[in-house]
Design a binder for this molecule. Sequence first.
Ligand code: DGL
Length: 266
Amino acid sequence: MCIGIFDSGIGGMTLLHQALLLMPQENFIFYADTDHVPYGTKSREQVVSYVDEVIRFMLAKECKAVVIACNTATAVAAEQMRSKYCELPIIGIEPAVKPAVAESDGKRVMVVATPLTVHEKRLQKLVERVDDEHLVDMLELPGLVEFAEQGEFVSARVTAYLQEKFAGYALEQYGELVLGCTHFNYFKDTFRALLPQGIHIIDGSFGTVRQLMRVLAAKGALAPQPAEEAAGGQVRYFASGREILEADRLERIRKLHERLEQMRAL
Ligand code: DGL
């Protein structure tokens, strides 16, 4: 049985990439909901219905767990989906606000996310819970989702977009940048170039994969470790339910993994 990972688009590959590193013995289905991307500028009702459709797809594929590799979808739909599909382990990525505040050492924390995530009560409550010293600012960056989906990761337009969004913030006061949208990992080099040296960039993918491992281990559902069966590490990619099999599209996916590997080191 495999693990299903999904997002509105290519952002969720951040999590898949991390999962392939930490759980090489597992097989995966990766589902990008390309018919409905972006989620972050839609209504919560729309996103809930998209997520429901994806989870039904994952169940039909007999996935042993589903990872919502989308902060926006977790914020609006995770609780509802867990009550509806109570037999299925559903793990959702969330902005890593808590560790960022804990490590900020009194410096400010910038959380960047989609408009829907920023306006959802779930994130606001999380910030209220951990931000005793009022260090956290939240900033919407929906344009980065569009750039990512067009494969435009490094360009004068990306830099100008971020410069405009950051204008008005005293950037030297920030010690932590929380990537609260999985699409944003593709832009770590530009974030580094624009933000103060030494700023710590954090996202929730490592913690989410660790949580997935804990949940599967507790159910005795992790694939066996040794490579004797040598069946791990396979991924089938789907675009809104249609399997991607064409060599040129799979090559594009390979290049995205390459970019994510470069960004991981930054
Ligand atoms: N990648 C998604 C997230 O983590 C959402 C991007 C979008 O579709 O707006 O929030």
